[in-house]
Design a protein around this ligand. Structure first.
Ligand SMILES: [Zn+2]
Length: 257
């Protein structure tokens, strides 16, 4: 099994207070840079498994700054065509994680049932806002995607040999799927996505991000992931941690096995 970390650009306009809440008022001019990453697993039996797809192309963004950072181009550089992806696991449906679903024509899409149903409900009420992009979600309703909804909450769900879903409840989003990957050489890794933005949130002291939809749920998700990291002796890879990202081997440099 090979695991590739794909880099999907640096957002340089992320308010510092939104990364970790110090209690100060959110100053939109006091910004930090945060990376966005997606993961490709080349599994000996299951085939290609993709975890997230990066930033949407349906909103005008100042990033990714280079075509190299779009997922389809990153995959192309390691010789993988989007049609070859068999499973697409979406951590949640925010615009920096579930953009660009269209090229993955043959994949089964796996998402938290809570997240899926709440987003569908918002769409029907014309209330899509924040990090969800109405144009993306409307397009998904017209596409004939095959969705698999994960109903479990706060459970570790077997996916394929060496890959488990850690299904969380509401917190940062309505529902998040983290990933537990068991690599023979590297060891176990929990890919937390936005359940934990970065090490600054973990503390001590614990500092939640500035914008979360369910604060007690966010704390519960953090505690659950920490418990699973202990139980499985796993490292945690955060959703948007620049310092940690700089220590990782990217898909252009190599892979984990
Ligand atoms: Zn994110």
């Amino acid at each position: 099994m090979k695991l590739y970390v794909m880099y999907n650009g640096l957002a340089d306009d992320f308010p510092r207070e939104a990364m970790a809440c110090s209690g100060a008022p959110l100053d939109p001019k006091d910004c930090i840079s945060i990376p966005t990453t997606t993961i490709l697993i080349d599994h000996p039996k299951a085939g290609y498994i993709l975890y997230d797809t990066g930033w949407t192309s349906r909103e005008k963004l100042t990033f990714p700054t280079s075509p190299d950072e779009y997922i389809v181009n990153t995959l192309d550089r390691i010789g993988v065509k989007p049609e070859e992806i068999k499973y697409l696991i979406l951590s949640h449906l925010h615009k920096d994680h579930a953009g660009n679903l269209e090229p993955f024509k043959n994949a089964e899409f796996i998402v938290s049932e809570l997240e899926f149903l709440q987003v569908a409900s918002l769409l029907l009420q014309n209330k899509i806002s924040g990090a969800y992009v109405a144009a993306d979600i409307e397009a998904w309703t017209k596409a004939n995607y095959k969705w698999r909804l994960i109903r479990e909450q706060y459970e570790v769900v077997d996916f394929v040999d060496g890959v488990k879903l850690i299904s969380l409840g509401s917190g940062h989003a309505f529902g998040i799927l983290a990933l537990l990957v068991q690599l023979p050489k590297t060891g176990n890794i929990i890919i937390a996505s936005d359940a934990i933005y970065g090490s600054i949130n973990v503390g001590p002291p614990i500092l939640p991000p500035g914008v979360i939809m369910d604060p007690p749920g966010w704390h519960k998700s953090l505690a659950y992931l920490q418990e699973k990291a202990k139980e499985y002796d796993a490292a945690i890879w955060y959703g948007h941690d620049l310092a940690q990202f700089q220590t990782l081997t990217t898909a252009d440099e190599g892979y984990y096995e």
